[in-house]
Write a protein that binds this ligand. Sequence first.
Ligand code: ZN
Length: 306
Amino acid sequence: MRKVGYIYDPIYLKHNTGESHPENHKRLLSIQKYVEPLEKDLVLIKPRKATARDVALVHDFYYPQEIMDLCSAGGTNLDPDTVCSVYSYEVALYAVGAGLEAIDKIKEGVVERVFCAVRPPGHHAEYSKAMGFCIFNNIAITARYAQQKGFKKVFIIDFDAHHGNGTQKAFYNDDTVFYFSTHQYPFYPGTGPEDERGIGKGYGYNYNIPLPAGTGDEVYISIYNEKLPKLIDDFKPDIILVSAGYDLHKDDPLAYLEVSTEGIGEIVSSILNSANIPFLFILEGGYNLEALGKSVSLTIEKMLTV
Ligand SMILES: [Zn+2]
């Protein structure tokens, strides 16, 4: 069995978006319920609190301060979908810090793979803008931190149903971080057509596979079995980071990609079979509580055994 780390902390429940918001604390409670039977096989790791300086690896230097001020003033709507409450700044720093701690634990050889069950999610967050339930771009910051720790070439796979506009933008002009995304299109946030391939030296290091509503298991599995491994072989990354969003599930209320739990298991297996290097999964979306919990626990089972 593989050495797999699992990062979670009750602090993540304190990002209060309101009971009717789809991105709420119940998501992580459901994940905890379904992952608990696997915990005996996992290395349980606590996240650390990232610093504003860590956040500035990807974001505007003044942006963390702005979020801190808005939260300490009692919270507000950062955009039409994105709420921050009084604890959200601190919680968002712990979401970033999960990725950073995971990199350290991989570097130390404590674990070879890690799943971070965090919120708020991150892949929509841009340079100085919260967006789509996301405050700080957890995976993009983690990618930059990984590079500082010696993982020079980073491959990011984003299987969330929505395109990770923030992550794409962070590395659009960069040939050291490859961004690969499958997502529903046309759909929120509007980015992610095939012809967004990067610019300058980053051209060719951004790869979008836009998919229509109703796509389903067969097409998804063939993409992850056939297209993805070749891209990874050609790029030769030192580590693979995964934006693990489970709103591609057929029961998800916010997207329509119609992938089954077993299909998600196949996608994860294909990812894990694509290279013999460290893997770090960071939670993004997924809004059907039962589908989310089951899909995350299946992801972790695959991480242990594939
Ligand atoms: Zn999503």
